[in-house]
Design a protein around this ligand. Structure first.
Ligand code: F3S
Length: 383
């Protein structure tokens, strides 16, 4: 890799341990993927914030880095952490979670604690090169926002943030952003859960290809967000396009979509409902509030809607949170149904409209999961 004089000096450790570690990560990645050099980025987004995933070793590593007070060179946001006070997770967990957030903040990272950084100010323009971790946000950024990012891991996103650069390979190059397969979806589909099911099926069957979708009708931003998250949960799809043409086309329809619903269908009644994977937009909260108006969450059911602090505030200002709280549901910020230690809270069956949440809550939280539409969730969980 061609490095500038400054980059070589950082690599030798002349600017401190933290920057040296960061540069080592970027150079190792660049060499692996034959990048010629590093390119500047406009923003970064860090995953690996939950204590559930990081553990004590991750916490100690972050505190060691933070002790040198390196500062990120570009605006950088944080993924959800492992808990919110309303969830009543064990005290020791919460304390360590706060130390992780403090270590990131010491490096200049904004504690947005959300996987939808594009709703809270980290919103790249078309053509911007960025270094984002959080696979759902990566697909959304590449496909809907038109930004250029690889699917970074927590360490490489942090390294890119500290250096302000990333190796130029993969999705940073136009030649890799062209779709190689078209998936034509027959029949009109509607709702986040349905697009999530398409994404889950497509991700599972397309590996890491860029996919072109042909849908009937127009999609909402929220449906595309659900599609993005599912593509990255069942596969490693980095990006999709809409309405283009490729040599290879496959058609899918009701049968394939139903296969996904059948994979996430428990016959038991849910004792937990989780909406907001990826974190809910203001529009989604408004929708939930309309559905819950005048209804009551059934006894024995916990109903959580995950979002960021900023969007929660917007929902409160608009009055949408009132009907939600009156029904006995809760808006939860700073965490989510997958990165929180739900497995310690006694739940058994989770209903959700997100294929990503259904996939990971099953494998990481030992829950049975049901993938349903918002309407079906409201009918099953309220009276
Ligand atoms: Fe976000 Fe958690 Fe889903 S980080 S994308 S809400 S698994």
């Amino acid at each position: 890799m061609n490095l500038t004089h400054e980059e070589k000096s950082i690599l030798k450790g002349e600017k401190g341990y933290a920057l040296q570690k960061a540069m080592q990560i970027l150079v190792a990645l660049g060499k692996t993927y034959n990048a010629k050099h590093l390119i500047p980025i406009k923003s970064a987004h860090i995953a690996g914030v939950s204590y559930k995933g990081l553990g004590d070793a991750g916490l100690e590593f972050l505190e060691t880095l933070a002790n040198e007070f390196p500062k990120v060179k570009v605006p950088t946001t944080m993924n959800p952490g492992g808990a919110s006070p309303e969830m009543k997770v064990p005290g020791g967990f919460m304390q360590k979670q706060r130390r992780i957030i403090a270590a990131y903040q010491a490096m200049g990272i904004t504690p947005t604690l959300t996987c939808t950084p594009y709703y809270v100010g980290n919103s790249p323009q078309k053509g911007d090169h960025i270094a984002w971790a959080e696979s759902s946000a990566v697909v959304y950024a590449n496909s809907v926002l038109g930004a250029y990012t690889n699917r970074e891991g927590g360490p490489s996103a942090l390294a890119a943030a500290l250096i302000g650069k990333t190796p130029e390979y993969g999705m940073h190059l136009d030649k890799n952003r062209k779709p190689s397969i078209t998936i034509e979806v027959k029949g009109k589909i509607r709702g986040v859960h349905a697009y999530a099911a398409v994404g889950y099926y497509a991700g599972k069957n397309s590996g890491s290809k860029v996919i072109n979708f042909l849908f009937e009708g127009v999609q909402s931003k929220e449906e595309l967000k659900g599609l993005s998250a599912a593509l990255a949960a069942s596969g490693a799809v980095p990006m999709f396009t809409l309405g283009e043409h490729t040599k290879e086309t496959i058609q899918i329809g009701e049968k394939e979509i139903n296969e996904v619903f059948e994979e996430f269908t428990s016959s038991e009644q849910p004792d937990l409902v989780c909406v907001g994977c990826p974190h809910a937009s203001a529009e989604e909260i408004k929708q939930v509030s309309r559905m819950l108006k005048g209804r009551q969450v059934k006894g024995g059911v916990t109903f959580w809607i995950f979002t960021s602090k900023e969007i929660k505030k917007e929902a409160e200002d608009a009055g949408w949170s009132w009907d939600i709280e009156a029904a006995g549901a809760k808006l939860i910020t700073d965490t989510c149904m997958v990165v929180a230690p739900l497995e310690t809270l006694g739940f058994k069956v989770m209903a959700t409209n997100s294929a990503k949440a259904a996939h990971y809550a099953r494998s990481l939280c030992n829950l049975k999961t049901k993938l349903m539409s918002l309407e079906e969730i409201a009918a099953a969980a309220t009276k």
